[in-house]
Write a protein that binds this ligand. Structure first.
Ligand code: APR
Ligand code: ZN
Length: 292
């Protein structure tokens, strides 16, 4: 810990790369946001990753919308945990500069649940003296949701592609209650395309505003620059198996930077990390960042 504190103090360009483990505790405290490759990797009888593809949506938009409706309802019921809050506080310069006086910081998250954005909102609400700083473009833009957002909805019509933020619960009447169909004995509800979420501009079928497998993650150019510059990469709650995010710590190390892994268990590549904090990120991260 003292050595990590010294590294923070000396670092100028810090990035954090987060994954599902960062939000795991938010699930436990409420009703469960399972991680992808953990015990909760199945939804109904389907492999969750198999549903996160353009092909799955094309083949069965009703089923894929039910999956995303389920995830939206879980995320809405969840609250940011101390891990989200520590990273959100660390992204506020006046707080971060106590630990890392000359640093910039960017949080790159693979999570689509919106909890890191809500952690920023929570800090602005509970610390009015920080609200101006938290709501500044510099802080808001330092959170990169590279796999998109559960609460965005995008038009599937190529001519339109309208994207909107939508936190309605349920997102449409036909999906109401389908999140409670669990067992394979219960028949899967089928919803006609006309009753699934539609684009509010042109009426075409809408899709969840997340990045699916085979699609391009967001902010890649900016992230490449950040990774090139970084002298410290903090890896939180990710199995480090999905690229490109899985390669960022490796790239930082190749450039001579340091890496710190926060994970409940051992994870891909962690034997090369300069620092390994094994344990729940919601406990280890606030301590290590000096913000609890
Ligand atoms: N604290 C820290 N780490 C934890 C915790 C916790 N409380 N709980 C679980 N973990 C760790 C697990 O040990 C695991 O290494 O979080 C990691 C979760 O890994 P995955 O489920 O593979 O999630 P992630 O790495 O975010 O997946 C990447 O793949 O499925 C796609 O697009 C999806 O963004 C996702 C991407
Ligand atoms: Zn449209």
């Amino acid at each position: 810990m003292p050595s990590f504190t010294a590294t923070l103090k000396a670092s100028k360009h810090i990035i954090a790369v987060a994954g599902a483990g960062l939000s795991a505790a938010s699930g436990e405290m409420t009703i469960g946001i399972p991680t992808f490759r953990g015990a909760g990797g199945l939804w109904r009888k389907y492999d969750a990753m198999g549903l996160a593809t353009p092909q799955a949506f094309q083949a069965n938009p009703s089923r894929v919308w039910q999956f995303y409706h389920y995830r939206r309802e879980k995320a809405l019921a969840a609250q940011p945990n101390p891990g989200h809050l520590a990273l959100a506080m660390f992204s506020v310069p006046s707080l971060r500069h106590r630990m890392a006086p000359n640093s910039e910081f960017t949080l790159i998250t693979q999570n689509v649940d919106g909890l890191s954005r809500r952690a920023l909102e929570q800090i602005a609400a509970t610390h009015p003296e920080l609200a101006g700083e938290v709501n500044s473009p510099a802080v808001q833009d330092s959170l990169l949701e590279m796999h998109g957002r559960l609460f965005d909805v995008v038009c599937t019509s190529e001519a339109c592609r309208y994207r909107e933020h939508n936190t309605n619960s349920p997102i449409c009447p036909a999906l109401a209650g389908t999140e409670n169909v669990f067992t394979k004995d219960e028949p899967e509800p089928h919803i006609d395309e006309a009753d699934l979420p539609r684009c509010s501009k042109c009426g075409s079928l809408a899709r969840p505003g997340v990045v699916w497998f085979e699609e391009m993650p967001w902010y890649l150019d900016r992230i490449d620059d950040l990774v090139d510059q970084a002298d410290l990469c903090i890896v939180v709650g990710t199995s480090s198996t999905v690229y490109p995010a899985a390669g960022y710590a490796y790239a930082v190390r190749e450039n001579g930077g340091k890496t710190a892994v926060f994970n409940l268990n051992r994870s891909e590549g962690d034997q090369d990390a300069d620092f390994l904090f094994l344990g729940p990120a919601e406990t280890t991260l606030p301590k290590a960042l000096g913000l609890q």
